[in-house]
Design a protein around this ligand. Structure first.
Ligand code: NAD
Length: 371
């Protein structure tokens, strides 16, 4: 079935979509799904974690850096929609080289938006994260909840949001999504995300180690993540322009996730799994409310955590995730160590002028909190 994107395109129902971060965990499954629906996709990515897509019909990979605005401006020509996913995508990887990470996750962001708009792109969808909320006691974190960014990754993901909204105009629709932690199988697999970590430990070690356990985290199946992009691409401009949406399925404590994993894996393999608890000072804890996505977009998740665990187990069963406890390709920070050693360790610091035409951080955080 082809996805109608009539809200973006006047007459045609197929789009040309540029995805940054196309070769990542989410990007890979998103590209394959959009190609399946007949869209043309430009995949802009440095491919740090490999290439699990190849070159199917309709797909144009561009192996390049999001900080190379001139190259991006060229790649985005003729595209109707940009989905911006590329970034250093977790806390430990970000902290490996804060200067480098800042240039990728934040400093190049507004130039990308400007280049996309100048190229005639009609809709720019930015993938932020629910972790911008940081810590909250509220059982109901809605989109207007203040950001409490307790890590640099959270902070810079949030600081891009107002930079995008500045460029909202009648012919350039800007939308932000704030996804929960994603789980389930992707051809470019990550085993450093909560449900995926715990499933790997249960299946391959028989012991699930939980750090802390009380922290609350919202979760989202990767198939629902992919569908959420499609829903936002197709939503009427008036409904989404300048808006942010929490996208999530179920808020659970890490201990509760471990218990679900234990139950699914024990039932499936008929052997006991134990849970070991270790102390932890991870303070990130929040529960998101996803009512707005349901009300405005009609988006209701269809897949469960149990589905994600079973999907991963199916792949383990056929040997599809070899060396899952050790291979760096499944673990962003391990792979980023290698990338950094090879490419960036001896590089001069960024020459990017962070003050040119960009608001102060305080201004931006104020804008975000006020929404
Ligand atoms: N995975 C999650 O649980 C989750 C949750 C909330 C939000 N997000 C957001 O979703 C997006 C995708 O996450 P993911 O899990 O697929 O991450 P990922 O790390 O698997 O993919 C990121 C991709 O970006 C590419 N990339 C990094 N720096 C680049 C650069 N300078 N130029 C070009 N490409 C570059 C990498 O090569 C990689 O393929 C990210 O923006 C992340 O912040 C992810």
């Amino acid at each position: 079935m082809r996805l109608p994107i009539r809200q973006v395109l006047e007459a045609a129902d197929l789009a040309k979509i540029c995805i940054t971060g196309s070769h990542g965990y989410v990007g890979t499954m998103l590209v394959l799904s959009l190609l399946d629906q007949g869209h043309e996709v430009v995949g802009y990515d440095l491919q740090w974690f490999g290439d699990y897509i190849g070159k199917p019909q309709g797909f144009s990979p561009v192996k390049a850096d999001v900080r190379d605005t001139a190259r991006f401006a060229e790649a985005v020509k003729g595209c109707d929609i940009v989905l911006h996913l590329a970034c250093i995508s977790n806390d430990p990887s970000f902290e490996l080289d804060e200067g480098l990470s800042r240039t990728i996750n934040y400093e190049c962001f507004e130039p990308l938006v400007v280049a996309a708009k100048a190229a005639g792109v009609k809709r720019f969808i930015y993938c932020s994260t629910s972790s911008v909320y940081g810590i909250s006691d509220s059982p109901d974190v809605r989109e207007d909840h203040p950001f409490v960014p307790i890590t640099l990754y959270n902070r810079y993901k949030g600081m891009c949001e107002p930079l995008l909204l500045k460029h909202q105009s009648d012919d350039f629709t800007t939308v932000i999504i704030r996804p929960s932690t994603v789980c389930g199988y992707s051809r470019r697999m990550r085993l450093d995300l909560s449900v995926n970590i715990l499933t790997n430990l249960a299946v391959n070690k028989g012991v699930i180690t939980v750090f802390g356990g009380a922290q609350m985290r919202p979760n989202l199946h990767i198939k629902d993540m992919v569908r959420a992009y499609q829903v936002v691409m197709d939503a009427p401009k008036e409904a989404v322009a300048g808006q942010a949406f929490n996208i999530g399925m179920r808020n659970l404590s890490i201990m509760h996730i471990a218990e679900i994993v234990k139950g699914v894996v024990e039932d499936r393999y008929h052997r006991p799994i134990s849970i070991a608890v270790q102390p932890m000072n991870d303070q990130r804890s929040y529960q998101v409310n996803v009512e707005k996505a349901k009300r405005v977009l009609g988006f209701v998740p269809q897949f469960t955590i149990e589905d994600a665990i079973n999907d991963i187990c199916d792949v383990f069963d056929v040997g599809g995730l070899p060396n899952s406890l050790t291979d760096d390709r499944y673990y962003n920070v391990k792979r980023m160590h290698k990338v950094w050693d090879a490419l960036y360790k001896d590089a001069p610091p960024s020459k990017f002028d962070a003050t040119a035409g960009i608001m102060s951080e305080i201004d931006m955080l104020r804008m975000v909190s006020a929404r």
